[in-house]
Write a protein of this length. Sequence first.
Length: 731
Amino acid sequence: MPQFVEVALPVPMRQNFSYRVNDNDSALIAIGVRVKVPFGRQQLIGLVTGISDSCDLPPTQIKSVLEVLDPEPLLNESLYKLTLWAARYYFCSVGQMLSQALPVALRKGAQLTTPSTRFWSLTGKGSSADLDTLKRAPAQRKVMQQLREGELTQEEFDALGLSKTALKALQEREWVGFKDRENSLDLGWRDTLTLGEEPHRLNAEQAIAVATLTQQSGYHCTLLEGITGSGKTEVYLALLETVLKQGKQALILVPEIGLTPQTISRFKYRFNVQIAVIHSGLTDNQRLNAWRQARCGEAAIIIGTRSALFTPMRYPGLIILDEEHDSSFKQQEGVGYHARDLAVMRGHLEQIPVLLGSATPSLETLQNALSGRYHHLSLGERAGAGQKVRQGIVDIRNQPLRHGLSQPLLNEMRMHLDAGNQVLLFLNRRGFAPALLCHECGHLHECDRCDAFFTVHQSLGEIRCHHCGNQYAIPKQCHQCGSTMLMGQGVGTEQLAQALSKEFPKYPVVRIDRDTTSRKGALEDHLNAIHKGEYKILVGTQMLAKGHHFPDVTLVGLLDVDGALFSADFRAPERFGQLYTQVSGRAGRASKAGTVLLQTHQSDNPILRELMHKGYGEFARGQLEERRQALLPPAWHMLLLRAEAHNPQDADDFLGQVAAILPQNKACEVIGPMPAPMDRKAGKYRRQLMFQTQERSQLQQAFEAALPQIEALPLAKKCRWSLDRDPQDLL
Ligand code: ADP
Ligand code: ZN
Ligand code: ZN
């Protein structure tokens, strides 16, 4: 009997595709194995999602599977179900969701398991060879020099960036050869777990949290709400010990910026086990390797950023999301999935506990904790020797500012610096100045492709648009009036750092932002130098606000936060609350008392007042009530449709037609079409439409019903449009 399969392919069409299976392949076919299939003129790799004896397509139209790539399904049943669920929830194709879930190397056809490892070494002939004869072949010479120091696995060879052609040439000369050695699985950690360090004695709150968490089995979701420095990581470590001792693995997800060697080393010091680290900086091969180690159970702990969520575990035991409020857990491009929401779903499907930790929980998670859907544990005291922070506002109305700095802040800085401490200044604007102003006519130079001002980068001699990458040499004359009196308007981190070096010549300044850390390893180098005390003044953007421990920082200054209080985004107050609390948490972490000073023109702003007087916890609960009254998430559920086109009318008309298709009643609301907060970006006009419902299921049903009609609209082909479920960012 002929056999047919449904295959999920990495194409944007929201459907699977049917293929015939040739008789000699049919024994290999199973749901979840990869197959290579013809698609148009290409060959694509996809995953089998269904098997049947019949097919609706006429026999002449159906093509055959070219090759079955796996001896067994790639993902276990729970993970496979998770991707199906996510595809449905985020309204994308299963193939697209699988593309998120699988390492690139597997999508390109790499083998699922490597039964053996290839080792390259010198042959007898190679050992006695004269390297001087390779003067004209430097690449071969390099390979020979490396191999003289010892054998290399294929992976090490690739990681060193050595030339494959050179290797081939040397192999032909019979100077090098390889041996394949069989891999054996090392699962020793499951029998005997040894600790690399003595854990801290837990304080009472920590002990209660750990006792509660270790009693959980099966699915539970818990919010661990603990102020910065209250010892959340210590709780994770204690919980991990129990999980690992049961022979189970743990997956730990951290924000993009939090995955530093500092973080990883805390887990490495504590447990003598294999840890797989998964992040976007890995090569395809390294990533596949980490994935394999997790899948076969060799890696006891898997630490990674957003996409590590999909890493399979042979012995699933626990999922932890640290800094669960962090916006990097939401993917912004392509499929806009949220790793936190999917982690909770994964916990359900795999029947394991999920722990969400934060000093500043997202309102979504807080609501679930307060309503009793999640368990709720709190840590309210600083662990160890940490101390409380003193907070102050500097009202800068009518005050002279020097490069953005007020006199009271400068005075306070001097005191802390002279006492031998470090000072951290937070300014969320990189570059020298956020705009270029003509002193004669007042013209502000705007990007020709976006509704945004150019940022001045003085050291680069350039003006740059931070939204589309457009860049020019700093103009000598005003584009409007020709005057040469051009000056930077406002202050960015580059200017601030420069001014501070002049103001405090004795105290070295370091600047941490995307410009100074673009080189690989640069952030690490800077952080190490900060820890050694080589810098006394730390200037930085968001990058400095998160997760780092700076024991010698006693003063934190926040410079230009007024903009954050007035954003069009309904999440702006929540974001500001998190940022303020996180940045403040950098002060006084160890034995020294900390001070936080905030410069603002809005010293009476109620958001600010509430935050400072009541703290994030109460502030967030108030925000939750406001969202409820405004029918906004997390009370209501939101889907954002974005459309962009060279002709704004196309985008408007398209979304207008979509709006007409969607239901509108007491429980379903349609808002728009309207211009996006940044109306024009990279030369295209951007419009958006919001669809909001009272219940999550209403959104699912209504939009699933509307989608085929939307896709059939002729204008759907004229605009670039995308869907963002539970949007985190309305830009
Ligand atoms: P968080 O993750 O909540 O910011 P950490 O777990 O990093 O907090 O703890 C903050 C500091 O306090 C760390 O230096 C940690 O080693 C220390 N610490 C945590 N728990 C204890 C404890 N029970 N006794 C002593 N020191 C502790
Ligand atoms: Zn001018
Ligand atoms: Zn631009």
